[in-house]
Design a protein around this ligand. Structure first.
Ligand SMILES: *Cc1c(COP(=O)(O)O)cnc(C)c1O
Length: 365
């Protein structure tokens, strides 16, 4: 054994650009409005606090590794079979689990140009080859995705709606994408923002999963349910996929508090409705205000908007970010997504939205 050699990660790992989360603090600024991670300004349902108070959680005991109660609650809320649901420590864990389960070195995982960065990270972590497909007008392009499929392709990721663009594909396009895939390729529909979408031509993917053995839908409690801090996600898929992923996942991947909170939150439809209403009203107002400032905004169906800045010195996205941050309004830089001239803004509380707009107005003046 040579003592001069140091441990080396397996191939692919050092190609990963580590995920950079939205900032939450600004040096020297006391009050920060965090509009950088698409969290809910309404927070979680009051039923979550009630459930914690009503249950005497034994923190010395392992949680239910099969997440029975949570899966039953999700199944009830969505009219699904609990046996087709697998819960995760955030949906991020499930995206990784799918890669670990279905991708071997030499295999390819496909995702879209401005798609969620976690796909590429997890494909590389599995030792497989990431394949990025160009978007058209910041929207996934089904023909381009289908053209990228090779005999090595095993997974295709589609965030619908997509983060950070806020754009979406209608169900007809998602069906066309699925119809064009070989039967051994899994289409992963990441529907993290599904609840926010109020469009007749949108579907999160439940029917596609129910009808096909090679479609997975992932969902999260981090956005509309206001529980990002507890890390709860779930996926819906046919039994063979659930069975395979269950063999790979950590045996107690959700903690005891997350299991209780998730079950309580998903039953509170009124709270979800309130969050959607707030988002509808404020997304409209924010977009109108931004456009009045002369800024282009990509039409969004999610709880965030992508704002495009000019390349003129003094008015760039990087400068806007600095200006806003110094005043406590923290948006998300998306240069890592190949969008150096844009910032993503989460639709926040009334106070946060109005404050951010006022600061942007000063900045643009
Ligand atoms: C926020 C987000 C998720 C959710 O991640 P969690 O791990 O469940 O918090 C998944 N996909 C996309 C596209 C997201 O924006």
């Amino acid at each position: 054994m040579s003592s001069t050699e140091s441990p080396r990660p397996k191939p692919g790992i050092m190609d990963i650009a580590a995920y950079v989360p939205g900032r939450e603090k600004v040096a020297g600024v006391d009050k920060v409005y965090k509009l950088s991670s698409n969290e809910s300004p309404l927070g979680p349902s009051p039923k979550v606090t009630e459930a914690f108070a009503a249950r005497n959680v034994d923190l010395a005991a392992y949680p239910d590794g099969a997440a029975h109660e949570l899966r039953e609650a999700i199944a009830r809320a969505h009219g699904l079979n609990a046996g087709n649901i697998l819960c995760g420590n955030g949906s991020d864990e499930l995206l990784g689990l799918l890669c670990q389960t279905y991708l071997a070195p030499g295999d390819e995982g496909v995702f879209t140009e401005y798609g969620f960065l976690v796909y590429k990270i997890q494909i590389l972590a599995a030792g497989a080859t990431p394949v990025s497909v160009p978007d058209t007008d910041l929207t996934a392009n089904v023909d381009a995705i289908l053209a990228a499929i090779t005999p090595k392709t095993k997974l295709v990721f589609l965030a619908n709606p997509n983060n950070p663009t806020g754009t979406y594909l209608p169900v007809s396009e998602v069906r066309r994408l699925h119809a064009g895939l070989p039967k051994n390729v899994i289409l992963v529909l990441d529907a993290a923002y599904a609840e926010y979408v109020r469009r007749n031509d949108y579907e999160a993917g439940i029917e596609l999963v129910s009808a096909n053995a090679n479609v997975v839908m992932t969902r999260t409690f981090s956005k509309i349910h206001g529980l990002a801090g507890l890390r709860i996600g779930w996926m819906y898929a046919n039994e063979a996929i659930i069975d395979a992923c269950n063999r790979v996942r950590g045996p107690f991947n959700l903690n005891a508090l997350a299991l209780i909170a998730g079950a309580a939150a998903i039953g509170d439809r009124a709270h979800v409705e309130r969050a959607v209403e707030h988002n509808e009203i404020w997304r409209d107002r924010v977009c109108t205000a931004l456009e009045e400032l002369g800024l282009a905004v990509t039409p969004s169906v999610g709880n965030f908007v992508l704002i495009h800045f000019p390349q003129t010195a003094g008015k760039t996205a990087a400068e806007a970010d600095e200006y806003l941050s110094a005043r406590g309004y923290v948006l998300r830089r998306v240069a890592g997504y190949g969008l150096p001239d844009a910032l993503r803004m989460t639709i926040g509380s009334e106070e946060a939205n109005l404050g951010a707009i006022a600061a942007l107005k000063e900045f643009m003046a």
